[in-house]
Structures are given as C-alpha cells and as structure tokens.
Design a protein around this ligand. Structure first.
Ligand code: BG6
Length: 479
C-alpha cells in the first residue's frame, strides 16, 4: 500500500452530523427512531417517528446545509483527510430498491468535490450505524441473508460512482460493538437487529456476524474489480482488556476476553474462522448458516488495512466474587473491574494513552497490516465564553498524549500507521447518549441537547493546537 503522506485527519459519521434526515429523497434509518439519552440513561428506540419525541440525529449539526463552509474550516485546520460515512438510506431509501436515489448520490459528489478542491482526501465508511429502517423492520436486519445482497449492491453503487474521488474505504464501522449482546442499542445500530423472546442472543450474534463478514468480503472483491487502487479496510472498536494482576487466572481471563475484540478482525484479515470460534460454536451446539461458497468468499475478500477506534482500555479479573471487590464496575464484560492507575472522563471512559501504544503493538503483531486510527478523542463538556472562546485544555492534553503514544509506537516499535483521524473533529451528536453536550470537536457548534442554538461554528483552543500538529507533521508533539 503506497502512500505519500501521513493522513492527519478528522472523523465524523453521516447520522451524527449531516441532519437533513428526510431531505433529497433520503429514507429513515435505524438511528432516526432513536431518542436522546444521557450518561446512564439509555436512548430509546421508538416504533415509528413519533411527533412528541425529540430525535437529535434528524437535524444533528446540519452539515447537509453547511457543508461548504464546514469544509472551508477543515481546510483551514490543514486536514489531509476527512473520514465520514455514506448514509445508506440516502442512496437506497428503503435499502431493497434496484435503482439508487440520484439526489443522494449527488450530495456526496458535491461533498467529495469540495474536499478534493481543498486537497483533503475523503476516507469513507460504507455503513456507520445507518442501516435503512425498512431493512430492519421488514427483513429483521442482518439476521436475514438477503441483507448481504442489499449491502453488496449499495457498496457497488458507491464504488462505481466515486471510484475517481475516493480511494480509502471501510465496510462496517465498529462491527464488533455488538459482541456486547447485553446492550440492545448495539445490535440495532450495527445490524438493524432486535433479539426476539426465545432467541439466544449469542447465536443471533454469530449468524449476524457471518452475514456481515460475508457482505464485507463481497464488497472488497467487487471494489477491487472496480478500482484495483482502492484501499479497503475493516473498522473495529479496540478497547484493550488488561488482566487485573499477574495471577495466571487473570492473565487467561483477559486473553479469552480479548477474543471479543479479535473475532471480527481475525476473519476480515485472515479470511477464515479462528479455531477458538469454531470450538465455541461446537460447544454451544450452534448450527449456523455458513456455506462452503461463503468460506471461499471470505478467503477472497480480505481487507487491506485495519481501521480502528481507540478511546479507552478496560480490566478483567478472573474471579470477581472471591474477595471484597469494591472495584467491580458495570462494564461491558461480566468481570470488569476498575483500573486504579487510570483517570476517567465525565462519561466514565478510562483515559489511557499508553493503552494506545499497547493496542497498536498488539494489532500490528497479530495482523501485520497497516493500521489506521480512524477514531480517538475526548468527549467533554465545553464552556463557551462571551467572546466565543472555548479553552479546552483537557481535550488538548488527551489528544497530545494519545498522538505522542502513536508516534512512539511508529518510531520506536516500528508499527505501520497510515493515519490518525480525531473523532468528532467538529462537535456532533454523541452516538451512545444522543447528547450534544458530550463534545469532541476542535470546532464548537452552538446547539444544545434540546436542539436549541444558532448552529454557528467557533474555533476552540484545540483548533490552533491541532493545526500546528498537522503543520509540523507531529513534531510539535514528538520531535
Ligand atoms: C464510536 C463510534 O463508538 O465512538 C462513534 O464509532 C461515536 O459513532 C464515538 O460517536 C464516540 O462515542 P460517543 O457515544 O461518545 O459519541
């Protein structure tokens, strides 16, 4: 994979920033029926779009109508690349049509043209929690094999249309989020799936996973035929799991828990099911719909690079019941415990820059493919003063420490990293909580949790800081 320059960038996702949810022929997607929540208050998935509910993603930050001025700001920041996603339901409003929606295609043509005009490389995720609602309701989302064909058609439409504008692609955003089957939101947003009474969530997960991995492999195969210069990657959420102690039982507990992180990329990268997964299917007696032809396709549709998000690390302990575990936390894993060495954000996310260096090393050792950090950032409450200034020193400190950890991994450990895109480069609607007040951007957007505000954009202190990082190619952080 040849690349001229390190891809310093910023990242967002269509549903979190575009707005225009019903404009230009777009159909509703699974996030369009999600209300707002808060830290500890889950978002609700409503049956339909209900007039007395507030849906924060419907308007988001209205990039749909601000894209030219927003891209102008990103250019001033000096971005080399910009990661966003294509809203599937803008291109295929219901998802099962044969003919795409021309107005939706044109919107992305205009956006890409604008980026390219400013020398910014688009980095595009095909599916970032944006499955058309119709596919979830009528087909049961990715529980249904038909979704593989619908996704392939959507991917081919995008690849053909934008083949001369977009080189870097990813298939499914944070495809492994849904391994946490205890949280219904992840199944819904990743896959348009609801687990019905009587279904075994774990079995549903593995069937859904197979269809998505197959859809991803088919997209890779089709994309390479359309343009052999495409770089098509996977995208995983990578939260390293540390053992609580050097007790060998803790070490092994962490090792086994890490399969939750590695299951998807193992198949995306290697093109076959890992032995631990096959053993698990057999142990649980799962008969999955996986054909011999599917297995051939998985082998042929391997990814070119591993894209991943990194926000935090976590810890597990083998036996959380045996002593006084005051530090047991309500994590995604049943045996999660607090890490006494690490501070947390207001949303309880552990701040661990060293964990990024650790993650880069583990992923690179395991896959030997270029890595792309496509999300990293600090969600925090920002105060804007009367001069419209935001002094977001804690964000600068977070980003500085993580970028430094990445540069050390590259310079001292020899990890091949092709780029870094800071998450929510402009404030967007939070995915997990639907709030605006959980802000990540270096650009402030005047909009609140209830949807009030002028929508005006203001540069935060972190804007100047990141501009300098990019201008010095990271030397301002790690000389
Ligand atoms: C990742 C997602 O999970 O983390 C993004 O890919 C999301 O869509 C980001 O916004 C940060 O999460 P949150 O909930 O703080 O917005």
């Amino acid at each position: 994979m040849q690349q001229k320059q390190f891809l310093w960038g910023g990242a967002v996702a269509a549903h979190q920033f575009e707005g225009g949810w019903d404009q230009g022929g777009k159909g509703p997607n699974v996030v369009d029926v999600m209300t707002a929540g808060a830290h500890g208050v889950p978002r609700q998935i409503t049956q339909d779009i209900e007039s007395d509910q507030f849906y924060p993603n419907h308007t988001a930050i209205d990039f749909y109508h601000h894209y030219k001025s927003d891209i102008q700001l990103l250019a001033e920041l000096g971005l080399k690349c910009f990661r966003t996603s294509i809203a599937w339901s803008r291109i295929y409003p219901n998802g099962d049509e044969l003919v795409p929606n021309e107005a939706g295609l044109r919107f992305y043509d205009d956006m890409f043209d604008e980026l390219i005009k400013h020398g910014i490389e688009p980095v595009i995720t095909l599916s970032h929690f944006e499955i058309p609602l119709h596919l979830a309701r009528e087909y049961g989302g990715f529980k249904n094999r038909k979704l593989v064909d619908f996704f392939e058609r959507f991917a081919i439409t995008c690849f053909e249309r934008y083949q001369h504008k977009v080189k870097y692609w990813m298939t499914f955003n944070e495809i492994n989020n849904q391994m946490d089957t205890s949280n219904p939101i992840f199944f819904w947003t990743n896959s348009g799936v609801k687990v019905e009474p009587g279904e075994d969530p774990q079995q549903v997960l593995y069937q859904v996973a197979h269809y998505e991995l197959l859809a991803s492999a088919k997209a890779v195969i089709a994309g390479k035929k359309i343009n052999p210069d495409f770089h098509i990657g996977c995208m995983i959420s990578h939260v390293p799991i540390y053992p609580y102690s050097c007790n060998p039982h803790d070490i092994m507990a962490a090792e086994i828990a890490m399969r939750q992180r590695f299951f998807f990329p193992d198949i995306h990268v290697r093109g076959y099911y890992p032995a631990y997964a096959l053993k698990e299917f057999a142990r649980r007696g799962y008969k999955l719909d996986i054909t011999a032809e599917d297995l051939t396709i998985l082998k042929q549709g391997k990814v070119d690079y591993v894209g991943f998000s990194y926000y935090m690390s976590t810890v597990v302990k083998a036996d959380v019941n045996n002593d006084n575990d005051s530090n047991v936390v309500n994590g995604a894993l049943p045996n999660s415990v607090d890490n006494p060495y690490i501070q947390k954000s207001d949303w309880g996310w552990a701040i661990d820059p060293e964990g990024l260096r650790y993650a880069l090393n583990r992923l690179y050792e395991r896959y030997q493919l270029p890595l792309f950090i496509v999300e990293n950032g600090f969600g925090a409450i920002d105060e804007i003063d009367s001069k419209h200034q935001v002094h977001d020193q804690s964000r600068i400190s977070y980003l500085n420490a993580h970028i430094k950890a990445m540069l050390v991994a590259m310079a001292e450990d020899g990890v091949d990293v092709i780029g870094y895109t800071a998450w929510g480069i402009i404030d967007v609607v939070s995915f997990t909580t639907g709030e605006m007040k959980k802000r990540y951007g270096v650009i402030y957007v005047d909009r609140d949790n209830q949807g009030n505000g002028s929508m005006k954009r203001y540069k935060k202190d972190s804007f100047d800081w990141y501009q300098n990082v990019i201008a010095t190619d990271g030397k301002s952080v790690y000389p």
